[in-house]
Design a protein around this ligand. Structure first.
Ligand code: PGA
Ligand code: ZN
Length: 416
């Protein structure tokens, strides 16, 4: 049996140039694993808390040296000598050492670096690729299938340049395509969209997830331009490829109404629902993520009752990969799909627990990156290992995004 020999953490930069945590783990028989932790820009308020130094002299307050020290001084000594395949036991130790409900003492970034690193090391010492290790360990499905990618081709909201309210505009290839066909489909449409935007004189810079961050008048216009790009690509809309949205509605909710540039006046809950119906009639959305604010549960209830037969209503900020919030949402029928992000909760075991609840409710599982990423490709293995229906790793461009999409190409070959 292999045992954890060392855990050494350091501060590195994520794709936004903001510090994040990385941990290197070794086993006594020579195996090693490295885990680099992502970070959100539009985080849900119910997420576990990442620890930042708030020292204005270090990276303008965004340093993670305390989290690094928590790993090196507190977490590492507790895990050294343990069997890295005992994930549940190890995660419980991490949870107990922190002792808070939202992991604010040691930091969810510190804790996940240890938890994810242990998962990778557990896979390494057993000789399996991480996706296979997770599949054998948790058996969340009979067999392993490749997930279908959701490409975020236009970045608005907190991810863009500030002139679109909706955060993400998605291109989603049909599920009957192989993964590599789906990747090509998304990439071709992404390239054409760049030309379509340039032709319109809309600025062609990109946002934090590699999608274009154009200058447009309305959110609807963004959908129209993607629709036009699909048409030019030769792929058939609503057969080969679908559109989707991550609205991230908390970001334009003032506690009473929702302000979007498509309408001259802020919309009430029912008016926003009516607007989604209009969009869906026109664009046949495959999925609609965070259509209402994270605590506007009445809005969620209404949209799921009204639209869940036509499109998947996906909870991200609503659920924050949190067991209790997910259970509540199942009971109250607030959505029909879940966005799964391990760093929203901070351990691999708790993430698996949440997926089990979602699977029991027959929800749609989407495993997701964060806007602040590194080249770590763990999340691709994780998605396959839990047999996610879809993955959301941003645009099919930029190194930290394609690291995940390319890892899926390797896995696809292995699964053939
Ligand atoms: P975030 O965005 O990583 O900035 O939270 C991703 C999302 O909202 O899906
Ligand atoms: Zn989201």
């Amino acid at each position: 049996m292999s045992l954890i020999k060392s855990i050494q953490a350091r501060q590195i930069l994520d794709s936004r140039g903001i510090p994040t945590v990385e941990a290197l783990l070794t086993a006594d028989d020579g195996y090693s694993a490295i885990a680099s932790i992502p970070s959100g820009t539009s985080t849900g308020s119910h997420e576990a808390k990442e620890l930042r130094d708030a020292d204005p002299l270090v990276y303008q307050g965004s340093g993670v040296l305390k989290a690094v020290e928590n790993i090196n001084r507190i977490l590492a000594p507790a895990l050294i000598g343990k069997d890295p395949t005992r994930q549940t036991e190890i995660d419980q130790i991490l949870i107990d050492l922190d002792g808070t409900a939202d992991k604010n003492r040691l930091g969810a970034n510190a804790i996940l670096a240890a938890s994810q690193g242990v998962c990778e090391l557990g896979a390494a010492v057993t000789g399996y690729p991480t996706y296979k290790y997770l599949h054998l360990k948790y058996r969340l499905s009979e067999r392993l299938d490749m997930p279908t990618p959701i490409f975020n081709v236009i970045n608005g909201g907190k991810h863009g340049t500030g002139n679109l309210d909706f955060q993400e505009f998605h291109v989603i290839p049909a599920t009957n395509k192989t993964y590599s066909q789906a990747l090509e489909c998304g990439e071709v449409i992404y390239q054409i969209l760049g030309d379509v935007l340039a032709h319109r004189g809309a600025i062609r810079s990109v946002g934090v997830e590699g999608g274009y961050a154009p200058n447009l008048f309305t959110n609807t216009e963004a959908l129209e331009l993607i629709f036009e790009s699909v048409r030019q690509s030769g792929f058939e809309f609503a057969r080969d490829v679908f559109l989707g949205l991550d609205v991230a509605a908390t970001s334009f909710y003032n506690g009473h109404s929702y302000a979007i540039r498509d309408k001259s006046q802020a919309l009430s809950r029912s008016e926003l629902l009516e607007f989604y119906r209009e969009i869906n009639d026109k664009f046949h959305l495959f999925g609609l993520e965070d259509p209402f604010a994270e605590d506007d549960l009445e809005g969620w209830k209404q949209i799921t009752a009204a639209m869940a037969r036509q499109t998947i209503i996906i909870g991200d900020d609503l659920l924050t990969t949190n067991k209790q919030r997910t259970k509540d949402a199942v009971d109250k029928q607030l959505c029909t799909g879940i966005l799964v992000k391990p760093n929203q909760i901070g351990t691999i075991s708790e993430t698996i627990e949440v997926i089990k609840i979602a699977l029991a409710a027959k929800w749609h599982i989407v495993v997701s990156h964060r806007s602040g990423e590194t080249n770590d490709d763990f999340i691709a293995d994780f998605a396959v290992g839990v047999n996610a229906n879809h993955v959301k790793f941003g645009a099919p461009a930029r190194g930290e995004r394609v690291a995940k999409y390319n890892r899926l190409l390797q896995i696809e070959e292995e699964l053939k």
